[in-house]
Design a protein around this ligand. Sequence first.
Ligand code: HEM
Length: 412
Amino acid sequence: MTTSEHIDLMSAQSRVTAYATYADLRAQSPISRVRMPTGQDVWMVTGYDECVDILGDYTRFKTTPTVLPEGVEMPALPEAVVRLLGGAMGSIDPPEHTRQRRLVQSAFTPAFVEGMRPGVRAIAEALVDELLAEPVREVDLVERFAVPLPQTVMSRMLGIPEADRDRFRLWADLLLSLDPTSAQSAPQGMSPEQVMAEIEQFVGYLEALVAAKRADPGDDLVSGMATAEADGERMTDDELLKMVALLVVGGLGTTQHLIGNMFFALFTHPDQLALLRERPELVDQAVEEVLRFHGSIEISFPRFAAEDVVIAGTPVSRGEMVIAVLAAADRDPARFPDPDTLDVTRTRNRHLAFGRGAHMCLGAPLARVEGQEALAVLLRRLPELRPAVDLSEVTWRPGLTLRGVAELPVAY
Ligand code: HEM
């Protein structure tokens, strides 16, 4: 097995060519050795069935390495980041993961999320009211709709007071900018020291929020998680703080990109947009198809082989890092007929955009509600919505973890 070097998977430009790159890799084998820009060699899994097997097998593929290959070190993270996200649910394994997941799920139930639908719709309607009040009907849909919708939904869901929402937004942006595989620079030209000072303030803010919700619970999710019980246990303050940080990190950029990617995909497939306008009952199916076609998470969190294993005939040694490339799995022709065609009427669409297995996205029901309401409201209220630039000029955010259009100028 040779290692593929010089494959550009990180630049903004590579988002356009990535599907062809994955198809080339998959044609050779559903698992390939790839050298990352950091110099680290990882296993990239591009076949659908193989990704399902890995994500579903948490005894052989762990999110925490039990042993690291020689010469490989885990990067040290700043203290405030460890305080916020170290040992958070996304990076721990069962049985501890199961305990935390059960606790959060007993508050973040499907009924809780469905109860948010009218509020999500009202937020989308209010954002469209603002667009319609513009003297010139041309805006960036990402900045004016895809970013504020999930931010407002998230602040309300967590019970962040109105007065704190701008700071909360800044902290959320900063947290997202810390993801080393997303290569997003710190917002507003802040220095790394300023970023860390803000993150420390965020820790303090969340500590106070958690204490306030414990003392005087409301009908928000933080209060729900603070009082949730499973098997006679409750979340500790520290777990609660980390869970809130994880929801912020996991739930904002992803949903923003779902909305941006959705309109990019529909604009590049005008026949599908026209079909959807004729048959709005296809909205839910269209959201699933966009998740498959341009899902906002390109790769899974890293997994580490807990023992020597063989994947599709290829031996993988204990401790080696394995990445399930969700964007590749969702374009695997062995699973999806005509995988490179956007088809909003597609059925049997068991895509991997939300992952699979123990770590399958906790926020998937909420992301779906936001995507469905955003699409339905924009289609209904802005019948003339169209791109305001040549779509080949639209750029993607750099980095491998998140896939999303950086901006989407529209007219309406
Ligand atoms: C379109 C939007 C979204 C996409 C595509 C997405 C995708 C994913 C994926 C692929 C994973 C699993 C990664 C892995 O197994 O390695 C995941 C996990 C997670 N997601 Fe999402 N997500 C979205 C929205 C959200 C939202 C809105 C929230 C919270 C409100 C959220 C919270 C989480 C959490 C907490 C985890 C970790 C679950 C665990 O480890 O048990 N996500 N997401």
